[in-house]
Design a protein around this ligand. Structure first.
Ligand code: ADP
Ligand code: NA
Length: 351
């Protein structure tokens, strides 16, 4: 069977926020004891939406610093940036030929990012993004991917690509003896690439904007008030939570009472995630209370959880030699593993 190997990535595109922390980085930390983990700063993805970044290197360092400040051990596991391992791009090319254009055009993230733009304004890379993401994961033959709920559709596509590769090259895989017997649905399959399992759950799988409970908290939102950045100081966190959009009603005492109240649900979900409790548990404490009581409690909690991470991130970002050495070492170890897969893939294809 495939060894349980975890892969995930975060783009170096600025404003790392609470959604990235709760939806992704915090899960990365939790998985370390039981898994072999590869955590990547996906700089090749960062140029899909915007080509030129004047601060790319410092953005890469800041994501690596966030991983480590949050508790990821770069010695036991691997922390590196994607472009240091050219095998990601090599496998992505092969997957571009495995995948179908229609699969890419159906992705809601592509549709969102491309909406209102014409074909001259959207890079080919933005369309092919999920193919590179599949390569990121499968170049290590990783089986588990902790991400926010926004990435679920891309992970399904990763499974589709793996499955099509396994079927299209089925005879070659058998001939090279490189495949493994796995079960897909009920069907036994002789596969080279595993079927990845998303690790999504938790009380806040999708953290929403503080200004609009129907939009996800995002690095690219024009309003800085919409998100809590991991580098925000306590006063800024306090200001943003106090200004967060809410409704005039008190908090309900049951989770059902959050229906149709996206902003209230979001803040309760954030409180639950930050305190490792369920929403029901949080509401049993705060049900019947006004936001004037709940928001200050949320500020205290958020500052308590985030300020040690912020402090450590800043310290790490000041020592660029140290961060660069971690990335270089991680890149070397990742490259060796990715090259092993690519030698087999080249062999399967017949190159
Ligand atoms: P962004 O979407 O802000 O540009 P990335 O695409 O780099 O961030 O995503 C990094 C990780 O953070 C992914 O695993 C993604 O699922 C997760 N993530 C991003 N935004 C949110 C959110 N609002 N809630 C939960 N998880 C999120
Ligand atoms: Na995202």
């Amino acid at each position: 069977a495939f060894k349980p190997l975890v892969f995930s990535g975060v783009q170096p595109t600025g404003n790392l926020h609470l959604g990235n922390y709760l939806g992704a980085i915090r899960k990365f930390v939790a998985l370390q004891d039981e898994h072999d983990c590869i955590y990547c700063v996906v700089d090749l993805h960062a140029i899909t939406a915007q080509l030129v970044h004047d601060d790319m290197r410092s953005q890469i360092r800041s994501i690596a610093a966030a991983f480590i400040a949050s508790g990821i051990d770069p010695k036991k596991h691997i922390v590196f940036n994607q472009s240091a391992v050219p095998q990601h791009a090599e496998l992505a090319w092969i997957f571009n030929c495995v995948a179908r254009i229609g699969w890419m055009e159906r992705m809601t993230q592509f549709k969102d990012k491309a909406s209102g733009k014409n074909a001259e304004q959207v890079s080919l890379g933005l369309l092919a993004y999920p193919s590179l993401m599949a390569a990121d994961i499968l170049v290590y033959r990783a089986t588990h991917v902790p991400v926010g709920d926004d990435q679920k559709q891309h992970l399904e596509l990763t499974r589709d690509i793996a499955q099509k590769f396994n079927i299209d090259f089925g005879d070659h895989i058998r001939r090279t003896g490189l495949g493994l017997d796995i079960v897909v649905g009920e069907e036994p399959v002789h596969a080279y690439f595993p079927m990845v399992e998303p690790l999504i759950g938790g009380p806040a799988p999708r953290v929403m904007s503080l200004r609009d409970g129907t939009k996800k908290m995002s690095k690219s939102d024009a309003s800085d008030l919409s998100r809590i950045n991991l580098l925000d100081d306590a006063d800024t966190i306090s200001k943003k939570i106090r200004k967060a959009k809410t409704d005039p009603d008190a908090l309900p005492s049951e989770v059902d009472g959050l229906k149709g109240r996206p902003e209230a649900e979001n803040l309760v979900g954030i409180y639950a995630a930050l305190s490792d409790r369920t929403k029901a548990d949080v509401l049993s404490e705060f049900g019947g209370q006004q936001f004037s009581v709940f928001k200050p409690a949320l500020v205290d909690l958020a500052v308590n959880v985030l300020s040690p991470i912020t402090g450590e991130m800043r310290r790490l970002m000041d020592d660029t030699t140290h961060i660069d050495a971690i990335l270089r070492d991680g890149g070397e170890r990742a490259r060796a593993r990715a090259e092993k897969t690519m030698q087999e893939v080249r062999d399967i294809i017949g190159f």
